[in-house]
Design a protein around this ligand. Structure first.
Ligand code: SAM
Length: 254
């Protein structure tokens, strides 16, 4: 999640999202990539990237020689992922499915990875339990399920320092994603952004984007995972960067 207010795409108002915002707001994040590569290499076998988006993690692991399946509920993002894989001469299988209860068919995975706080986008405890049950079925015996979470987010509202926006330029169009508030809710954190699109001629359109990240803890996830038969391993930590919050990575053994 971007430190600047954050992640794209989960407004609950749109079915699919313009992939450009995915790239603007989280495409440049790289601090977690060595850990996903390490975990994938440690267990071997196929990798299931849950909430894969446009393939930031999946493409990197495929390029490192892993067999990767990318799962996301957003078919548009997976289409972008496939185009990028093709352009790079990589193969990544894609599955449009809900992380809150998916079937893996016959496939079994050495690593089920859930990067970038995607688990916190699931709507409540039942959805989380459904994810763990699915992950338990999908992972090979002795394989790993790993989830990156942010336990605490620094909130700001009308006062305080407004973070710098995420900015990108493509074909003369400029995209500016400005965090405007991070608000604490009883069960989560509401992250608000204004997304500005500026045409080559200077015309600007703006839209609001809101996501809510559920509040989770390492201990709480360990308990929920244990109920599905996944055993806790040592939690890993990813330091914050200038642009992104740090993460705890909950690691579970199947
Ligand atoms: C912040 S993005 C992370 C994308 C990618 N994993 C990365 O690290 O760059 C969250 C992704 O999770 C997907 N997502 C959110 N809720 C989901 C759900 N219930 N089932 C499947 N995918 C979901 C979104 O479509 C989006 O691609």
């Amino acid at each position: 999640m971007s430190r600047k207010g954050v992640r794209p795409l989960e407004t609950g108002r749109r079915k699919g999202s313009d992939p450009v915002w995915h790239d603007v707001e989280c495409g440049r994040y790289a601090a977690d990539l060595p850990l996903w590569a390490e975990l994938a290499g440690a267990v071997g076998g196929r990798v299931l990237d849950v909430g894969a988006g446009a393939g930031r993690v999946a493409l990197r692991l495929a390029a490192a020689g892993h067999d990767v399946t990318a799962l996301d509920r957003d078919a548009g993002l997976l289409a972008v992922l496939r185009a990028r894989a093709n352009a790079a001469g990589l193969r990544v299988d894609t599955v449009v499915a809900d992380a809150a209860g998916f079937g893996a068919g016959e496939a079994r995975f050495g690593l089920v990875a859930v990067p970038m706080q995607t688990i916190q986008l699931l709507p409540g405890a039942d959805a989380c339990a459904a994810f763990f049950a699915s992950a338990r079925r999908a992972v090979v015996p002795g394989g790993l399920v790993a989830l990156a979470i942010a336990e605490e987010l620094e909130s700001f509202e009308d006062e305080g320092v407004i973070p710098l926006p995420d900015v990108a330029e493509r074909d003369g169009w400029r995209y500016v994603s400005q965090p405007t508030a991070v608000r604490e809710l009883p069960d989560g954190t509401r992250i608000e952004r204004l997304r500005h699109t500026i045409s080559p001629g200077g015309e600007r359109t703006s839209e609001e984007d809101v996501i809510v990240l559920a509040r989770v803890t390492v201990a709480g996830l360990h308990a929920e995972a244990a109920a599905a038969g996944l055993q806790p391993e040592a939690t890993r930590h990813i330091d914050p960067t200038d642009d992104h919050v740090g993460s705890e990575v909950v690691v579970l053994r199947g």
